[in-house]
Write a new protein. Sequence first.
Length: 117
Amino acid sequence: MKGSYLGEFEEVILLLVAKLGEDAYGLAIRTEFMEQTGRSAAIGAVHSALNRLEKKGFLDSRMGDSVGERGGRRKRIFTVTSAGKSAVKQSRELRNNLWNQIPELNWKGLDLQLLWT
């Protein structure tokens, strides 16, 4: 496995692959990314992230069946590996640990909802 660091974009892509299941292919992942985050993403950026995640051992891919709507071209379907599940879990634990270390006093008068929007 090459590197275990997850960037924010990679983490979101990995989570979306898990969410989409059998429908986790490039264009569907991009569409879901834009719907979930309200941000745009080039299909090339999504494919680059998918390839990086596969090189790191966090994703596996296989070719799906050919479909008429794609002119007979097959979709490359992605699935999260056990290493990918572990990486997401570690990332979540790190973030939660950091949030738990912030003294409540530092947040006095600050609307925490603003931090997530």
